[in-house]
Design a protein around this ligand. Structure first.
Ligand code: PXP
Length: 241
């Protein structure tokens, strides 16, 4: 059975739209956990456009399942991670002008740097995941750093315009999952997954967990967060390999 981690960034996006205190991503995390999420994900961006330092601090105190801090591997955010001690960090690329994370991280290009960063995280008992493209080059690099998990970028799959394109991307994700597992890496996936496309990813045998934000928070606006999380978990239960 594939597990669901819920990304609560967009609860914070809504709060920031008014610059106030509601809705609170900390409350959202508790609701998502009660509904069956096995992890809470938040992305502390350099520009603090949604989740902020207070959120990460309180989430660390209140999340009872697993706190996954998504982050760019910059000096500032690394220091915050070591100070806050999430269960897991997921390294992602980050550009100020992007609307959301665009594509996977190029671990291969900065292999030496990321190997040092992974060691630093491990010294603090923080597990490490790399958000990467489903390519052997990036999987090899992630494995070399000593990270234990990879999160495969599903954005290209989710944005595919034709069935052929979608099938091609799914094959890449399937092959990458198998290859990563053969190296001893744990495999997760995320980005752009929703109620209508997640079943394809669930059917991949090596897949352990998926990370979903936008689709769940969007549905929550209409049906409530508890129902939105439970609806997603039901799909995962039915379609897991
Ligand atoms: N995984 C990673 C690494 C991400 O950056 C994001 C977006 O913040 C997600 C998963 C969730 O993507 P979505 O909001 O499209 O479900």
């Amino acid at each position: 059975m594939i597990h669901l981690a819920v990304n609560i960034d967009h609860i914070a996006t809504l709060r920031e739209a008014r610059g106030g205190i509601e809705p609170d991503p900390v409350a959202a995390a508790a609701i998502a956990e009660l509904a069956g999420a096995v992890g809470i994900v938040c992305h502390l961006r350099e520009d603090r456009r949604h989740v902020n330092d207070r959120d990460v601090r309180l989430l660390r105190e209140t999340v009872k399942t697993k706190l996954d801090l998504e982050m760019a591997a910059t000096e500032e955010i690394i220091a915050i991670a070591i100070d806050t001690l999430p269960d897991l960090v997921t390294f992602v690329p980050e550009r100020r002008e992007e609307l959301t994370t665009e594509g996977g991280l190029d671990v291969a290009k900065n292999l030496h740097y990321y190997t040092e960063v992974v060691a630093k995280m491990h010294q603090n008992d923080i597990q490490v995941s790399f958000f990467i493209e489903p390519s052997e080059e990036q999987i090899n690099a992630a494995s070399t750093t000593g990270a234990e998990i990879i999160e495969l970028h599903t954005g290209t799959f989710a944005n595919a315009r034709t069935q052929k394109e979608q099938h091609h991307e799914l094959e890449r994700i399937r092959n990458a999952s198998k290859y990563a597992a053969s190296l001893g890496l744990r495999v997760t996936a995320g980005h752009g997954l929703h109620y209508g496309n997640v079943h394809h990813i669930c059917a991949i045998p090596e897949m352990e967990e998926i990370s979903i934000g936008h689709a769940i928070i969007s549905r929550a606006a209409f049906v409530g967060l508890d129902t939105a999380v439970r609806d997603m978990i039901r799909i995962l239960q039915v379609h897991s390999a």
